[in-house]
Structure formats: C-alpha cells, structure tokens
Design a protein around this ligand. Structure first.
Ligand code: AMP
Ligand code: ZN
Length: 140
C-alpha cells in the first residue's frame, strides 16, 4: 500500500498515532477532526497516501466519496445539523494543511458564521470523543 512515513494521516492509518475512529472499510477510514471547526467535524480519507484530488486514483476517490456519504448521513442523524458542508482542499491557496487527500464532513449550525478557511483551533477531546461514539454507533 502506498504510504508516507512523515504523513500524519498515514500514521493514523497505521495505528501509530490515535484517532477517534468512526468508520473503516477496506480502502477508507473516517475519524473526527482534532481541531473541529464545529461540533461533529469529521474527516474521510483513502487509506493509501495520495496528496490531493489530482493524484488520487479514481477508484479511491469513489471509495472515499461513498464513505463521505455514509458519514454525512450519520452526522445528520446524530446531530440534526442546520446543514452539512463537504470541504476538500488542494494546495496552499486552498489552505490544505495535510498532504493526504481528505474530505471534511462539516456540520453547520444556524448563524455559526463559519468561513471556508476557518483556521485550526484544538478541540475539547472529551467532547470530540463523546460525539465520535454517537456517530460511530450510527454507522454500525
Ligand atoms: P486541511 O486543512 O483541509 O488540509 O485539513 C486537515 C485537517 O486535518 C485539519 O482540519 C486538522 O485539524 C486535521 N488534523 C490534523 N491532524 C490531525 C489528527 N492527528 N487527528 C485528527 N485530525 C487532524
Ligand atoms: Zn498519508
């Protein structure tokens, strides 16, 4: 499998660093964002290391899209958000900070005034863990 020893998401895939995992299948993984822009902010990735949308093979893009759809449904069921944005960044101009293809599943609340490039602020890990359990259960 294609991997990058310096990539934080590859380390998560390898189990070298922890994450709040909510879903996994053969090709993809979904887990909670550790700097959530909003409560319930999750990420979906292909397990293989591909930098961005230009590099990721079509089959892995499609597999990730399926996982994104599943997770979005679970996030909607658990949080009943005002809406959900799917956000995917490519390159520094788009504020891509992790160079392993990923899609943000970002629940919205009314009036949250969230900007597209929201900036990274560490979340409350107890809160992230609690919501990860609910979303994970909805994905069983
Ligand atoms: P982007 O800025 O679009 O590249 O998104 C990368 C996302 O990965 C950011 O929202 C980070 O908060 C998130 N992130 C970075 N490291 C971790 C980690 N160890 N566990 C969970 N999320 C992470
Ligand atoms: Zn990687």
């Amino acid at each position: 499998m294609r991997t990058d020893k310096d990539c934080i998401f590859c380390k998560i895939v390898a189990g070298e660093i922890p994450c709040y995992k909510i879903f996994e299948d053969e090709l993809t993984l979904a887990f909670m964002d550790i700097n959530p822009a909003n409560h319930g902010h999750a990420l979906a990735i292909p397990k293989e290391h591909w930098e961005d949308v230009y590099a990721v093979p079509d089959a892995l893009l499609a597999a990730t899209a399926e996982t994104v759809k599943r997770v979005a449904g679970a996030v909607r069921a658990v949080l009943e958000p005002y809406g959900v944005n799917l956000v995917q960044a490519n390159g520094p101009g788009a504020a891509q900070s992790v160079l392993h293809f990923h899609v943000h599943i970002l629940p919205r609340t009314k009036g949250d005034d969230l900007r597209l490039n929201w900036g990274l602020r560490p979340g409350d890990t107890a809160e992230i863990e609690a919501i990860s359990k609910k979303i994970k259960a909805a994905l069983q």
